[in-house]
Design a protein around this ligand. Structure first.
Ligand SMILES: *[C@@H]1O[C@H](CO)[C@@H](O)[C@H](O)[C@H]1NC(C)=O
Ligand SMILES: *[C@@H]1O[C@H](CO)[C@@H](O)[C@H](O)[C@H]1NC(C)=O
Ligand SMILES: *[C@@H]1O[C@H](CO)[C@@H](O)[C@H](O)[C@H]1NC(C)=O
Ligand SMILES: *[C@@H]1O[C@H](CO)[C@@H](O)[C@H](O)[C@H]1NC(C)=O
Length: 390
């Protein structure tokens, strides 16, 4: 089959370049042809370590959070924030770390059952693909031009408990007019769940004018959110955003909306203020990917930087950095963002992960395309980020 042939091709390409000795913690730089944007991206986790665009005064700002000391990206310690990488093989949470193939409600069905390493909530669920997710692996640097870079990761059969080998390729390309394209494709040689995302922490002010998100506004084409159980694990319910702080169908301040979620009503009693998965599909749509342009927008009235994202994914996870600060393990900011004296504080940044519905492999009732991929069905993820000035 054609997809199998491409799988073999991807493996061959990887072998051809695999011998090159590249330090996975050293970023490569890419620049848009018109100089409108620059990025630094390293093989470890295929992580974006820096991303510069121009503000309203024409000055570059680095608007993605990270560590200047790249060794800190390897930390497995408490507080590991997933700054800027690809998350996978299955992004976000898996209830009880289990699923069946074919999928069934909470792995209760007769299919073959799999147990993935549980790395969250005292080992009761899986987050971002297990203890050693795609963010913690050195990807292979396949190709690098002035404005694009491609990495590949071979995720072996059985790693973290997942079935089948998955070969994932990601290409980051900077085009004119501060346009950033990210494409991922993944090939599996057995049936396996795949859900990938990028995990960028944004502060569109680079912490220059303010230290909170009150001046950050957002607009999401999302009418529903995924109900969760208190530990951010989906229950299978899709709820209306109408009348909730999560309703961003009309643009509003992100910082002003955060206090309204403080009771944990939307995000889980164990973890208030955090996340909501927002539905980008029209109600009941099962086959049509969202084609709205853009799918979401975010901007700072202070820096004047606006970000508009178009994606082929059907949902968003929005995380307002409620747990980025820790009294025991404060994270020094990058020098570009006021560090290292200043640390990253809670509610001062936003992560937006375009992906499929969280834990769709334990919730067959979700109105989405199946999340099980294999030799006959490659996985794809595409997003375009366009930056402009208000
Ligand atoms: C990449 O860009 C950064 C920031 O401009 C710079 O410090 C670094 O030297 C560049 N690396 C290379 C290899 O040019
Ligand atoms: C970077 O972090 C590592 C790990 O904590 C540490 O051993 C090293 O000294 C740090 N390097 C610098 C230049 O601070
Ligand atoms: C979690 O998975 C384990 C191992 O498969 C199983 O024994 C246990 O019953 C599951 N717990 C729940 C709540 O489903
Ligand atoms: C994890 O264990 C700690 C210490 O026993 C406890 O305080 C905490 O509530 C537990 N968290 C969860 C989600 O079970």
């Amino acid at each position: 089959m054609a997809s199998k042939a491409v799988f073999v091709l991807a493996a061959l390409v990887l072998n051809a370049y695999g011998a090159s000795a590249v330090d996975p913690l050293v970023s490569v730089n890419i620049t848009a042809p018109d100089g409108s944007a620059k990025a630094s991206i390293m093989p470890f986790g295929a992580t974006t370590t820096n991303f510069w665009v121009k503000d309203k005064d024409g000055n570059f700002r680095d608007i993605i959070l990270g560590f200047d000391n790249h060794s800190l990206y390897q930390s497995q310690a408490d507080g590991h924030p997933y700054f800027g990488p690809v998350v996978g093989r299955y992004a976000n949470r898996i209830r009880n770390g289990t699923f069946t193939i074919p999928i069934s409600k909470d792995a209760s069905g007769p299919g073959k059952k799999f147990q993935i390493v549980e790395n969250e909530n005292n080992g009761t669920d899986t987050l971002h693909g297990g203890l050693v997710g795609y963010d913690q692996r050195p990807w292979n640097l396949d190709a690098h031009t002035a404005n694009s870079v491609t990495f590949t990761l071979v995720d072996p059969n059985g790693d973290q408990g997942f079935p089948g080998t998955v070969v994932t390729t990601i290409t980051y390309t900077l085009e004119a007019k501060a346009t950033w394209k990210i494409s991922m494709v993944a090939f599996a040689d057995e049936l396996t769940p795949i859900m990938l995302s990028c995990h960028h922490y944004w502060n569109l002010e680079a912490y220059q004018e303010t230290q909170d998100l009150v001046g950050h506004f957002a607009q999401f084409e999302a009418s529903k959110y995924v109900g969760t159980n208190g530990l951010l694990i989906p229950t299978g319910e899709l709820l209306s955003v109408e009348g909730t702080p999560l309703d961003f169908r009309t643009a509003k301040s992100i910082g002003d909306a955060i206090p309204g979620t403080a009771e944990g009503q939307f995000c889980g009693t164990g973890s208030s203020n955090t996340a909501a998965a927002l539905d980008l599909t029209t109600a009941g749509s099962t086959t049509t990917p969202p084609s709205r342009s853009p799918s979401f927008s975010m901007w700072s009235v202070n820096s004047g930087i606006k970000l508009e994202v178009t994606t082929d994914q059907v949902a968003l996870q929005v995380y307002s950095c409620n747990g980025v600060d820790s009294p025991t393990l404060p994270i020094p900011r990058k020098v570009d963002q006021g560090g290292p004296e200043q640390v990253y504080t809670d509610h001062s940044c936003v992560v937006i992960e375009q992906e499929s519905y969280i834990d769709g492999i334990n919730n067959p009732e979700f109105p989405i395309r199946p999340q099980i991929f294999g030799p006959l069905r490659p996985y794809t993820w595409d997003s375009t980020y366009v930056f402009s000035i208000l």
